[in-house]
Each structure stands twice: as structure tokens, then as C-alpha cells.
Design a binder for this molecule. Sequence first.
Ligand code: EPU
Length: 425
Amino acid sequence: MDRIVINGGHSLSGKVATGGSKNAALPLLFASLLANGTHRFNNVPKLMDIDSTAILLEHLDCTMHREGDQVTVETRTCAEPFAPYDIVRKMRASILCLGPLLARYGEARVSLPGGCAIGTRPINLHVEALGQLGAEMEVEGGYVHAWANHGLTGNTIVFENATVGGTENLLLAATLARGTTILENAAKEPEIVDLADYLRAMGARIEGDGSSVIHIEGVDQLQPAEHTVIPDRIEAGTLLLAGAISGGDVTVTQCVPGHLDALLKRLSDCGFELETGPDWMRIMPRSEWGAVDISTEPYPGFPTDLQAQFMALMTLAQGTSVITERIFENRFMHVQELARMGANITPKTQVAIVRGDSGALSGAPVMATDLRASASLVLAGLAAENETVVNRIYHLDRGYERLEEKLKTLGAQIERRSESEHPVS
Ligand code: EPU
């Protein structure tokens, strides 16, 4: 199993480009289930979660082919709309095949994803909302079996919580439902807008995406189209935070700074000087920064997917920061690992109190059980004295494409090693 070894304490500098968004690419790939033919996607990141999606799509009689960052999905009529446990358990976003399969074939059997390191992450809101489009459901043997013998019918759905995946599943299903669907309290994330853009290119009639009310007028049929995936706002934010925590001067290119307003505002509150252009952002060097509080919220609030990385920055701030996690109930696994590097953090149920002025971080062997927690440990390692070894980096590889190579181009002393090259500490 690979690990990342970092020799910390070096300021980063230079330019680094953002790749395509993982969380936008996944629903887009599932959208290809809605129409036979060749779907073309550009700027698709090379990640384990994308490979897992390819395996599931192939199981559903599609063929996915990659050339560089271009991916084509050749969709054929699916013989059996069935997503097995072995594939779904590796990637929760597999549940996004439920909506399109049900809309297209009037039936689907999809494994329930089960628990997850960051929280229970139920799919009740997806299932209830599909039920409101007329689907009948049964949960048996760990699978949700859904069917709609006379097709799906539009309805008004009011989500109890704004759910990103639930909104995506319903968008995917409602495009082929009879009549009008209105999604209220819909998620507003940029990834939702990207999905709606592709569905419109396929012939769907959708309005209001990016706001909390989305109108979908069902159509009889969709056609494959071509689309460029939006830049990954979480990768861009992570790279900017790598600049911040190392006291460096880093410009992140090929990104949409407008997708990161909440992060940019907090960094500026800490005292960092920032510059932004239409598709780039730059953080200027600082040797000291202030502590600020953050509370994660649905978009456009502070993203839960940057909470762990921001916490790493706060471990070295001047003063005390209160970090509140409002999206997931168990997203503080990085706290104990950061503590092993000398951070002073008191975790409460969904709040962590980070006391910044407790001295430097020191390198240590660490590991995390979630993607963003792993990224926070890499950031801490960049600022820590001596060597940090981040173990179990397959979590990192699920969501970041060659993070260590990107950081290396900025001057980080970082490398990936296989187990044989570095004994388990
Ligand atoms: N929720 C329910 N019932 C549901 C659906 C969600 O109770 O049926 C709860 C969840 O348990 C959570 C909250 O609602 O407490 C929000 O969950 P949401 O459905 O919005 O999240 P998701 O679709 O499962 C996506 C991203 C996550 C990101 C969240 C929040 C993808 C593939 N995943 O998850 O990304 O944290 O939205 O922005 O898009 C990551 O990339 O590291 C990651 C975890």
C-alpha cells in the first residue's frame, strides 16, 4: 500500500492547475445511462472513484473509454438494471444510477451503500422523493428494488434537508418523467448546475438549478451530447490552503474562484492577502495568521469537504478557532491524527476547538480513514518540522489526482513510496 512522505517546513511557490471536479464528473457519467449512443466528457479527473463508476457502467452494458482527460461512454440498452453490492460498497455515489435506471427502464435494483467513515449517510431522501414520482420501493437483502410499471410522473418534492446526491438523483429521474417536477429546498452546489447543463445539452428542460427551486419539464427522449466538467473547487481550495499553511506564494489556475467565496472570505479574515482573476486565485506569503471560526453549510456556505484542511491551517493560527461541522456527524477523524503531530484540539460532538498558539507541528506517522482528512494531514505535513508519513493514501487517490506531484511542482519535499520502500512506523 502506498504512503506519502513529506519533509516539512518549506514554503511553496509557483502556479498549479486544478483538474476536473470529481463530484461533478460522477453524476455526469451516470447521466449517460439516460440515452443510448456516445456521450463525450472532457476534463474528467483520473481517480479511483471514476474507475469504480466505469466498472458499474460496464456492468450496466455501457462501455467507458478514456484518452487523457477525455472520456466517452457508449451506452446501450441495459439487459438488467442491477447495481451489485460489490461495486456500490466501494463508492457511495453509485446510488446515482437509481434515478436514471428507474426513469429509463421503469425498474432498478441497487445495493444500499451502507455506512461510511464520515457519518451514516442514509439515502432515505432519494428513495422518498423517487416514491413521490410514482415509484414503488421495497428494501430486501440489502438492496433497494424500485419499479414504476407505468413510468414516473412529475410531482412537487420538498426535500427535508438540502441533499446534493438526492437532488442529482431526482434531476436525473425527472428529465424523463411525465409532466412537471418541482424540487424545493434543492441543493445549490455548482456540481448540480453542471449536471443540469449536461442534461439540457441532452435535450432536458430544466430551469432554476443553482437556486433552491428547480423546475423540470419531462421529455420523451434524450440524446447523448458533449460536455466539459467544471474545475474541482475542493482540489483548488486544498491547493490554496497548501500555499497558506506553508507561508507560500501560490497561484491556483484553471479554477472558478466564485465557487470558493466562503473559503476566500475566511482566508482574508485570517489576514491573508489574496488576488483573483476569472479562472485563477493567488495567495500571498504570510508567516503569521489569525484564527477564525468556521461552520460548514450547504453551498454557498463553507464546504464540509474543506473543513479538515482548514482545521490544519488553524492549528498554526494565532488564537483559538471554533470549527463546527453541520453536514456530517462524524467528520473529525483527522483531529486525533493532527494531535499526534502536536496540534491542540478539543473535539466535542460536532464542534472542535483548535488552539493555534501551542507551538509548531512536528512530523509523525499518521493515517486517515477518509479522503479530506487525508488531505488535511498532507497539509499539516507540509508545515511540520521533520518527516511526516501519511499512510493509507488510497483514500487520497479516490479524490485527488496526483496531489503529491502537484505539490512537488510548487517546491514541496514530498514523495509517494510503496510499503517496501518505507517500513511501517
Ligand atoms: N442525508 C440524509 N438522507 C439522504 C441524503 C442525505 O439524511 O437521503 C444527509 C446526509 O447524511 C448528510 C446531509 O444529508 O448529513 C448532506 O448529504 P448530501 O446528500 O448533500 O451529500 P452526498 O450527496 O452524499 C456529496 C458529496 C460529498 C459532500 C456532500 C456535501 C459527491 C459524490 N459527494 O455527498 O463529497 O461532502 O455532497 O457537500 O458528490 C467528498 O468529496 O469528500 C465528499 C464526501
